[in-house]
Design a protein around this ligand. Structure first.
Ligand code: CTP
Length: 424
């Protein structure tokens, strides 16, 4: 499956996105989301609530979208906007979604243009909530979120961090660039025909754990053994899982890329830390995808002080010991029945066998359900936005994924995981 390019369409072909904005301070951040959407070729209609207009004025939304903007159903009544806007939409994104807006949406209240639009829309709907932690955690809000999710909406978990005042906690609007990525992914998938039965949230109710990046094994306080893994494929897996409605934990080893929206990120450095974080998150997981590159070896001892050069030019000897194999451990001792475990194999062919020969042996040795095989001859994959792979299954299935975006490969992996759940 490939992502739908949306950059070059004419206005009539451009995907129609409704950007709903409700009344929270994070409304100003949605100007950036709107910009991203319009600049990437979407036809965007902004529908703010009256409270949102107290934070950002209609002229701003109008100038950025190139369209008239109203919060009310009483403008241009002859065009029946309270029905037409929702019916015509390919995607509705509400960012920020306040506790009040989520409550109205969950209960079908329609007292302004945005809530009417939500009732008439038959396309995918993405909510990006933002509010104070207490409001987010309140049972009323949590019940409303559960209701919306049960009806197929994608509700992105808020980020943790600084809130309106001096306080911090869960409730921040995720970075608009990352909300844009989720919106684009949902839209691309819904319009590409790759969605079974029109259901975009096929991972709803599932907890998936993804590891990403490369571990560092310290020699002393400043030096480490590391590897070239960027974390891009793991980030793509996390992002696409959010867009398919999953609860996602990303165990990130030294990843410097922006955090995807709606993802719980656990930051680690070493393989030992990665193992602890993955095994602890796996206790409630339906699937674990080991996209990280943990170092196979670590120095036997870590010097507390920086290792110095000596006068006699002697080179220090480094003793290495083997690290635990997290993938094999998890595959052979699964904390939950029905859990699907996915590994990655970066292989090169040699005189002992082809890339696929080595991969098939690794799949059997590690005991995982799926192995995503990359041919890394010549360092082809590292840091690249694209990937090409074969997904091998322990059931003998094999799916070739042609060169394409890491998001496209991620979707094939989630498709394979979903099909393993169904046959488990
Ligand atoms: N992996 C792991 N723990 C390790 C090393 C690797 O969980 N200590 C996982 C990786 O996340 C990946 C898979 O195992 O999903 C394959 O990693 P790879 O390095 O290709 O496998 P190795 O067992 O190290 O085999 P090789 O001898 O080919 O290096």
């Amino acid at each position: 499956m490939t992502q739908q390019p949306v950059g070059q369409q004419s206005a009539s072909q451009a995907p129609r996105v409704v950007l709903g904005v409700s009344g929270g301070i994070a409304a100003y951040k949605s100007c950036e989301l709107l910009r991203r959407l319009t600049e990437s070729g979407h036809d965007v209609t902004v529908v703010p609530t009256a409270a949102a207009l107290a934070f950002v004025g209609a002229p701003t939304w109008s100038a950025l979208s190139g369209k008239q903007v109203s919060a009310e159903v009483w403008h241009d009544v002859h065009e029946v906007p309270h029905v037409r806007i929702g019916q015509a939409a390919d995607l509705v994104v509400v960012a920020p979604a306040t506790a009040d807006l989520l409550a109205k949406a969950a209960h079908g209240i329609a007292d302004d243009l945005l809530t009417n639009t939500l009732l008439t829309a038959r396309c995918p709907v993405v909510f990006a909530p933002a509010m104070h932690t207490e409001m987010w955690e309140h049972p009323a809000t949590q019940a409303n979120v559960a209701t919306l999710r049960s009806r197929g909406a994608i509700v992105i978990e808020p980020a943790e961090g600084r809130l309106t005042g001096a306080d911090t906690g869960k409730g921040r609007l995720p970075d608009p660039v990352e909300i844009f990525e989720v919106a684009r992914d949902v839209l691309a998938r819904a319009s590409s025909g790759g969605v079974v039965g029109g259901v975009v949230d096929d991972l709803a109710g599932r907890h998936v754990v993804v590891s990403a990046g490369g571990t560092r094994e310290y020699l002393d306080p400043v030096r480490f053994l590391g590897n070239r893994s960027s974390g891009l494929q793991g980030i793509a897996l996390a992002r696409t899982a959010v867009a398919r409605g999953a609860e996602v934990t990303l165990v990130a080893a030294n990843v410097t890329l922006p955090e995807p929206a709606g993802v719980k990120v656990v930051r680690v450095e070493t393989t030992a830390e990665l193992r602890d974080a993955v095994l602890s998150a796996a206790v409630t997981a339906d699937a674990v995808v080991m996209a990280a590159a943990p170092a196979d070896f670590r120095p036997a001892t870590v010097s507390e002080a920086k290792i110095k050069k000596t006068d006699d030019s002697a080179v220090p000897e480094i003793d290495l010991v083997q690290n635990p194999d997290i993938l094999a451990e998890l595959s052979h001792h699964r904390p939950r029945d029905g859990m699907v475990v996915v590994g990655f194999a970066a292989e090169t062919g040699d005189e002992e066998g082809t890339v696929l020969d080595h991969a098939a042996a690794k799949l059997a040795r590690k005991g995982c359900d799926l192995l995503v095989v990359n041919d890394v001859s010549g360092g082809k994959v590292f840091g690249s936005p694209e990937n090409e792979a074969v997904v091998l299954g322990s059931d003998g299935r094999s799916t070739g994924v042609p060169r394409g975006s890491k998001a496209a490969l991620a979707h094939v992996i989630w498709d394979a995981v979903t099909s393993r759940w169904q046959t488990a």
